[in-house]
Design a protein around this ligand. Structure first.
Ligand code: GLN
Length: 452
């Protein structure tokens, strides 16, 4: 994989940082265990992985794709990183991402875009485009992403790989640089559903260091994949979300989705159409809630505690240095979100914007509850279109935001959702999204494994 990175990453730019020596030492430690007859730390011991640059790892930089954290070295490992290292996973390096995970194309990285290995003129999705592109370019067999509004599933869909957003609270957020804390969730990226499930079981589990971590057993996702692999979905009720099957979807995406639903029917699933009327409001609600939380979370980048400091020449006040640093260190999209969020949270506007968005969030949860009373899983296309051209949407934030249309409801409700490849449209990958109730992540894995 290191050779492959050396051969192709100049063109793909999936990685921001590769630590060859450390990766080789970690691999050697696993080889030494095997040679000495010691049991492997986990089924994934010795398997290389690409880590999204929003999770901390001691001894490596964590930039979040931002200039404000350029060269910043965290003093501790994220819980996800620690679990990976304890499992003997070989971390190759840190992957490119939209700055602070804000974006749907990886074009908002301060370090330049990642390119889609299927067509280098196209985006690999975002914000975790680096992780998914690394898989699609065979630079790594496993990767970690984070999904606040779709940033694991949407890149998975447009790169023809598997991406899973676990139930909120089942994977620790300790050491995951916060964007929107009530939505952020790390999860597995892989090229097969089984690989994703094996990685899922390594990273999930209760963590007292994260106050929103759920103290519940990890859903049995590997067993569910083995069950699904028999290809039998008899007795499984699959709901097709009416609101996500109409206009606004590229013809080829709609066709691939319809074919996928037919295949699920042939595998024995019962297909039921389910209406979730509030899902149409998910996008506007998300783009109030996520920027509001971001405006608060990003206040910590104050030129004093982390990273960049601009204009500290002994003549300026702390406020002036802070202002110069944030002006120079944050990119345009991050500034847009901070302004939007600050506005939405300000006195006089709070009820109208943030308060209304929270009410919509409750309506979306109720839609999911009503749907899951009738079906075991819900399905939709993961994204309305295949990978678009680099630069095509950079001048139009609304067009960029629409890439998250189908993925956002599961973040707002906190339930589990994944994307699995479902064929091609004009030679570009399409993703099938499978949504499950909270803590029932295994249902989606079972259906995905049967379908795959
Ligand atoms: N594209 C969405 C956004 O820009 C989702 C980001 C994410 O999941 N991190 O906010």
């Amino acid at each position: 994989h290191l050779d492959r990175i050396a051969a192709v990453d100049h063109a793909v730019h999936a990685f921001l940082h590769v630590d060859t020596e450390r990766a080789l030492a970690a691999a050697k430690a696993v080889d030494d265990d095997v040679a000495a007859g010691r049991p492997a730390a986990s089924p994934l011991a010795g398997v290389p992985l690409a880590l999204k640059d929003v999770l901390t790892m001691q001894g490596a930089p964590t930039t979040c794709g931002s200039k404000i954290l350029e060269n910043w070295q965290p003093p501790y490992d994220a819980t996800v990183t620690r679990r990976l290292l304890e499992a003997g996973v070989v971390i190759l390096g840190k992957t490119n991402m939209d700055e602070f995970a804000m974006g749907s194309s990886t074009e908002n990285s301060a370090y330049g875009p990642t390119r889609n290995p299927w067509d280098l003129d196209r985006i690999p999705g975002g914000s975790g485009g680096g992780s998914s592109a690394a898989l699609a370019a065979f630079e790594a067999p496993l990767a970690i992403g984070t999904d606040t509004g779709g940033s694991i599933r949407q890149p998975g869909a447009v790169t023809g790989t598997v991406g899973v957003k676990p139930t909120y609270g089942t994977v620790s957020r300790f050491g995951l640089v916060a964007f929107s804390s009530s939505l952020d969730q790390a999860g597995p990226c892989a090229r097969t559903v089984l690989d994703a499930a094996l990685l899922h079981e390594v990273i999930a589990g209760h963590d007292p260091l994260d106050s929103t971590s759920i103290d519940a057993p990890v859903p049995p996702v590997v067993a569910a994949v083995r069950e699904g692999a028999t290809g039998d979905l008899k007795g499984v009720r699959v709901g097709v979300v009416t609101e996500f099957a109409g206009d606004g979807y590229e013809t080829g995406v709609a066709a691939a989705f319809t074919a996928a639903v037919e295949q699920l029917r042939e595998l024995g699933a019962e297909i039921i159409e389910v209406s979730c009327p509030s899902f149409d409001l998910a996008l506007p609600a998300y783009y109030l809630i996520a920027p509001s939380e971001a405006s608060s979370n990003l206040a910590r980048f104050d030129a004093m505690r982390y990273g960049l400091r601009v204009g500290d020449d002994g003549t300026r006040s702390a406020e002036e240095v802070m202002s110069l640093t944030r002006a120079a260190g944050f990119g345009a999209e991050v500034k847009r979100r901070i302004m939007l969020g600050t506005y939405a949270l300000s006195a006089g506007y709070y009820d109208a914007y943030y308060g209304s968005a929270q009410k919509v969030r409750t309506l979306i949860m109720r839609d999911f509850d009503a749907a899951f009373a009738k079906v075991d899983v819900l399905v939709s296309p993961t994204t309305p279109t295949t990978a678009f051209k680099i630069g095509e949407r950079t001048a139009d934030p609304m067009a960029m935001y629409r890439a998250d249309l189908c993925t956002i409801p599961s973040n707002l409700a906190g339930n589990a959702a994944l994307s699995v490849p479902c064929g091609l449209s004009d030679g570009l990958p399409v993703g099938l999204q499978i949504m499950s109730p909270a803590l029932q992540d295994h249902r989606g894995y079972r259906v995905a494994a049967a379908y795959e």
